[in-house]
Design a protein around this ligand. Sequence first.
Ligand SMILES: NC(=O)c1ccc[n+]([C@@H]2O[C@H](COP(=O)([O-])OP(=O)(O)OC[C@H]3O[C@@H](n4cnc5c(N)ncnc54)[C@H](OP(=O)(O)O)[C@@H]3O)[C@@H](O)[C@H]2O)c1
Length: 273
Amino acid sequence: MSIPTITLNDGNTIPQFGLGVFLMPPAETQQHVEFALANGYRHIDTAAIYGNEKEVGAAIAASGVPRDELFVTTKLWNDRQTDAEAAIAESLEKLGLDYVNLYLIHWPTPKFDTYVQAWHGLEKIRAEGLSRSIGVSNFHEQHLRRVIAESDVVPAVNQIEVHPSLAQFELVAVNDELGIATEAWSPLGRKADLDDDVIVRIAEKLGRTPAQVILRWHIQRGLIVFPKASSPERLKENSDIFDFELDADDVLAIDGLDAGYRVGSDPESMNNR
Ligand SMILES: NC(=O)c1ccc[n+]([C@@H]2O[C@H](COP(=O)([O-])OP(=O)(O)OC[C@H]3O[C@@H](n4cnc5c(N)ncnc54)[C@H](OP(=O)(O)O)[C@@H]3O)[C@@H](O)[C@H]2O)c1
């Protein structure tokens, strides 16, 4: 499998495809991540709140894949926005790593108004080499513009919910304008988009699966994806998307499924800690 890379605004590169481990029970995580790494995955997306950083780290250690071939992301949880340096130290300890490739502010949690302070913490973390790149997640345009106006570093990525029924054309255009790469979380809409008639028809026409068609749509948009899967078959199926293309009509038909439908929280009202 040859996974394309995207060059971030800080010059670092990120594999455009990887594995997400949200809702992967810790008892199963090492096995799935090890299987993924043995089968060509090189990019793992976790977070402090997922509770499985330790098992991700165990899989990385057991895999034998050289550290410089891996791209590891973790995220600062909402209750640590004023305490980012201590929070990343805990994540690195659990992961068994000296640095991560990407550290993200998980949510802006606007009610608490501490995301700019959190960003200053991430700037220090990058300067200290504890994360090679820094970015944000679930940020809307006003959050992005404020962070950029009040700091010296433009986020390298904005990780947002994107799938065919929530295509996010406007926010992706804002990210593009600001030089921020878009990562698409819940790229399959947590399965919600797999049964859609348009997706199923294109999959049948191409002899592919609905998941492969949706992942290919993201890749052709230039987005970064890391679907979560927990069986060897699905892990292989999801990564087998680099030897076919959707044509312009297929892309237009999938673009037309946008319905503003969220499977996750709205960043404006998500203030959980
Ligand atoms: N920044 C954020 O706030 C945020 C929020 C949510 C997610 N994320 C990140 O994005 C990653 C992906 O999002 P997600 O896990 O919410 O949703 P997702 O990847 O869109 O969907 C995962 C679901 O789809 C199923 N699935 C995977 N491959 C499949 C296939 N080929 N055929 C049929 N079903 C398939 C999985 O089942 P099985 O597991 O049973 O195989 C699982 O139930 C997360 O793991 C996490 O890293 C970030």
